[in-house]
Each structure stands twice: as C-alpha cells, then as structure tokens.
Design a protein around this ligand. Structure first.
Ligand code: NOJ
Ligand code: CA
Length: 561
C-alpha cells in the first residue's frame, strides 16, 4: 500500500483529549479535581493513546464560570495547584510524548481581575479603557443586546450612569480589544505560557472580540425585548485584523497549535480562519452539536436525525476540504450535555450506539477531539432540582424559558437535559464511592451509573467501549492511516436509507469506506461498492462484506482497500 506523506505538522496526526480539571481527578481530598490529579492519570491518558491534552482553565479565578473568569492570567488557582505542578505536568506529559495545550480566555476576564477592580474603583483609571464602558441611555442600559447566558450585556460600573459590557456573566467583563495597550498585555501573557513549554491554545469565545461599535439597538428576538449578538458581535468584520496581529505576536512564532472556538462562521470567515495563511490552525466544527436546540433556547428541544447530522457535517467537511483547512471534530465538550444523551433516547444508549458515534468522530477529515469520559460512554445525569446544579448558564436558560411562558416543571426538565453540568460530573474511574474521583464529597454530584460505567471495568473488559476507542485512536495514529484520516479526501456515499451515514476517505491509492447505521434497527442495503473492500474494524463481530449488506442496530464498519 502506497502512502503519500502529506503530514507536515505534528498536530495533524494528533488525537486530542480535553480534560476538565475540576472534574477529572482530585488528588488531595478536597473534592475538587486538580493538576496533581491529571499528573496521576497521565499513564491512563497514555494507555488511551491520545497524544495531546487540552487542559480547560486552571488560572486563578473566583470560579463564577469554573475558571472561564480569570482574575490573574499568570497564576494557577490554588484549588488546582501551583505553577510548579503545572510545569511538572508539562514535563511529565512530554516524557510520555504527550503535548499540553491550555485554554486561552481573552474575550473577557473576571470582575475580580486587578484591571477591573481599578476601573471600578477609580473613574480616572487608565484601566477603564481595558473594558467596554458606555453611558446609560435615559437612565437605562446603553442598548438592547442580549448576552450569551441571557439578560442584558450591560451592567452598572459602580454607582454612576456608566455601564460595562459582558458577553457572558456579569462577573465576566469583556476586554476592549480596540485598545492596543490591552492587546500587548495579552500577547505578553500568551508568550509567557508558550515559553513555559505548552504547545498551543484552545482559544475561548474569540468570535466575540470585535463589536459593532455603534452599539445601536437592534430588532428584539425574544419575549425579554432583547436581541442576540449574532449580527453585531459574532465574527464581526474587522475581527481578522486583531486575530492576525495576535498570531503574529504570539503562537505564530512557535511550533504550536491554535484551535479556536468559533460558531457560525461563513465561507469568507472560514477562509480567513483556517484557509491558507489562516489565523488559526483549526476551528471546532459545532455544526451538528446544537441541532437539538432551536434558536439557542434549551427549552426548545427536538430529536436529532441522521439526515440533520449529514447535512451539516458534510457541509463543514467539504467547506474545509475546499480550502485545504482543518476543522476540529467533536461530539461533546464541557459546554454540552453528554453526546450519547443528546443523540440518542436513553433506551438506545449502548455499546453499539456509542461506538458508532466514536467511529464517526474519529474517521472524519480534520483533527479529532475527545472529551473526558466520552471514551467510556458517560451519559447525562438525572438531575432532580436546582440544588444539584452549579452551571451558571443553566440558570439563565431557565429564566429565559420562564419568561417565554414555559411552566417551571417543564422548564427545569428541559434545561437540566441540556445543562453543561452533565459533562461536568466527576470522571468515573471505578465503582468505589464517588467513582474513585475523590476521597471527599465531590464538588458536584457523581452520575449514579458509575457502578456500571467506569474506567476500571472497561480496562478489564476487552469488549468495552474504551477498548474500541483505543483501536480507533491507534488506527488514527498509525503510519498507514494517519495521513489519510487527517488529510485525505472525504466524499459522502449515499445508500437507499436516509439513516445511514457513509463516506469514502481517499489519499493516493489508499481508500477507506466508513458505513454507519444510525438507527436501532436492522437493515439490508444494496451496496455493490463494498465488494472492493475488506473489514478493518467493526463494532460487531463477524461483519461480512457482501453486496446485499446486512447492517445490525448501530453497526459501524470501517472498510479498507
Ligand atoms: C466558552 C467556554 O467553553 C464556556 O465554558 C464559557 O462559559 C464561555 N466560553 C465563556 O468563557
Ligand atoms: Ca483537589
């Protein structure tokens, strides 16, 4: 088999693993996951086979949004450990050939950051211009824009008729990217971490850094009289100037990887982001992650079909392919509910459905990311009341549901199903109390299913989801298939059944054909094209290549020539 060597960057052959530190492993018995806990689990990460870890924020933070509200970019939060432990993590990972990338949260900081505190307490402070500060209009907020977590983007700065802007929670004031002094501080900080040995960044909420500076009212789109930010601050023209400068001044100078959290980019923006000379190496493809939610409102929920996934996923795949760019593929992260609970009814969650989704995520063109616990099939938790919920955006979504006339019980059920806390329950290591995550009370409740779904059991069970993920990862990293899987051409294949997702991947003479039965029922399809292939991996034993192809519930097959 001939293999065209196309890979020119380490990250193109990498499988990424997102660690949410607070919920990964608690080493010191305070109920909160920490950096030492990640170090203790590096052998496991190596066993899984992934080669780069994205560590969600561990910077100093009052934790209003679990570390996405940073009060000092140079310090590690004491609940997570020390800077020496961070250095040790980088070094211990490197010894296992594992890279570390960190979260970069620079659309906003925390209201406890020294800059904001000075701006708040001193009207003459030069730091006022580090934030977006405007006068109120007729004793009211400056305009009717709605923040991502619900409610106005404006909050009073002290007692005067002056407001500051926050895309997310009010404790997360937006930084003013129009100010060169602020930008310089950010670049210095980024270079500090790159010099420490991290291999890049996952760049948070960067989509929002450029705003329509007229700050005019826009057409309301909800019962709250407010309007979403899509047209006035998401990928707003001019953003590319800031981004090009950031790259030039920071990660562009290092052998690094930068992946950005960008939602809803159009073709032109995608070109600027990940086309030739793009400002990032990759951006996440979220196009099929929020299909269950209508207009960003969690209470408006609908089932996701294979058809919906195909439409969105192939559009992104072709979009990146056309320009030779790379999407990062994901089925879940810390901002989502658990993938299995999102894509399937509870009764349909099984090894087969989970491994089918895994096959999808790891055979697309681009850079695959897993989220902790995905590899063992963790699911949503069955939340009973708000007492159990910590996630700040769940409250905002609940309020929005009530304001649109939804009754309390339904509103709770809908937002709980979508709550980000579903992804934030402790990692399920074993079947001991607290799933082996901590010796104390965990900061958030464990999912009761830890006695069945846990790492220990799946390490011992050769037919487990964990073992299936390991095979997929091994294939993704193998000399034979790594170039083909990351960069090879993708082409959708259609069979006479809408609930089958299928595609060919090609590089030079080498070809893979991936066929996924997205439904919990058997089907027989006419598939003459499979005869040229043999089975490389399947989530069922004894899968047979035959013209009348029989697919079992959620069967996933990777065929190779
Ligand atoms: C996106 C992050 O992933 C999310 O967790 C956070 O709440 C917001 N950005 C604000 O930083
Ligand atoms: Ca701890």
């Amino acid at each position: 088999m001939q293999n065209k060597k196309q890979i020119d960057n380490w990250w193109k052959s990498s499988v990424f693993y997102q660690v949410y530190p607070k919920s990964f492993m608690d080493s010191n018995g305070d109920g909160i996951g920490d950096i030492r806990g990640i170090i203790d689990k590096l052998d496991y990460v190596q066993y899984l086979g992934v080669n780069t870890i994205w560590v969600s924020p561990v910077y100093q933070s009052p934790m209003k949004d679990n570390g996405y509200d940073i009060s000092d970019y140079y310090q590690i939060d004491p609940s997570f450990g020390t800077i020496d432990e961070m250095k040790e993590l980088i070094e211990q990972a490197r010894m296992r050939d594992i890279n570390i990338i960190m979260d970069l949260v620079v659309n906003h900081c925390s209201d406890q950051h020294a800059w904001f505190q000075d701006a708040l307490n001193n009207p003459e402070s030069p730091y006022r211009d580090y934030f977006i500060v405007r006068e109120g209009a007729n004793g009211e907020v400056p305009n009717n824009w709605r923040g991502v977590f619900g409610g106005s983007v404006w909050e009073k700065l002290g007692q005067q008729n002056v407001y500051y802007y926050h895309t997310f929670a009010k404790e997360q004031p937006d930084l003013n990217w129009e100010n060169p002094a602020l930008r310089k501080e950010i670049y210095e900080m980024m270079n500090y971490w790159l010099d420490l040995g991290i291999k890049g960044f996952r760049i948070d909420a960067i989509t929002f850094i450029k705003k329509d500076l007229s700050f005019q009212n826009i057409e309301p789109d909800g019962a709250d009289g407010l309007a979403g930010l899509a047209d006035v601050s998401e990928n707003y023209p001019g953003i590319e100037v800031f981004l090009a400068e950031m790259k030039r001044e920071t990660y562009g100078r290092y052998d690094s990887f930068a992946v950005a959290e960008i939602s809803r980019p159009n073709d032109e923006m995608v070109q600027k982001f990940i086309g030739k000379d793009g400002v990032f190496d990759s951006i996440f493809d979220f196009s099929y992650l929020d299909l269950d939610v209508i207009d960003g409102k969690w209470f408006q929920n609908r089932p996701i079909t294979a058809q919906m996934i195909k439409e969105n996923m192939f559009a992104s795949q072709y979009q990146a392919q056309r320009i030779g760019g790379y999407y990062s593929t994901v089925i879940q992260n810390h901002d989502q509910n658990r993938a299995l609970s999102k894509y399937f009814e509870d009764a349909d969650i099984s090894f087969e459905s989970a491994s089918m989704l895994a096959t999808l995520n790891l055979t697309l063109r681009g850079v695959p990311f897993l989220y902790q616990g995905e590899e063992i099939g963790m699911t949503n938790r069955n939340w009973k009341s708000f007492d159990e919920i910590d996630d700040i955006s769940t409250y905002g979504q609940y309020q929005m549901a009530l304001s649109e006339g939804v009754d309390e019980k339904t509103a709770f059920a809908m937002v709980a199903k979508r709550s980000r806390d579903n992804a934030r329950t402790p990692m399920q290591w074993d079947d001991s109390a607290t799933a082996g995550f901590t010796k104390a009370q965990p900061w958030i409740l464990v999912n009761e299913n830890y006695t069945e779904i846990n790492v220990k059991e799946q390490m011992e069970n050769q037919n487990s989801l964990l073992q299936y993920y390991r095979k997929l990862i091994e294939m993704r990293k193998s000399e034979q298939y790594m170039d083909l899987l990351s960069s090879g051409e993708i082409k959708q294949v259609e069979y006479c059944d809408e609930a089958i997702i299928a595609y060919e991947r090609t590089l030079g003479e080498d070809k893979l054909l991936i066929i996924l039965n997205y439904e919990n029922r058997e089907k027989e399809i006419s598939a003459e094209n499979v005869l040229a292939y043999k089975v490389l991996l399947s989530n069922y034993a004894d899968t047979k290549v035959q013209e009348q192809l029989k697919l079992r519930p959620y069967e996933a097959i990777i065929l190779g020539n």
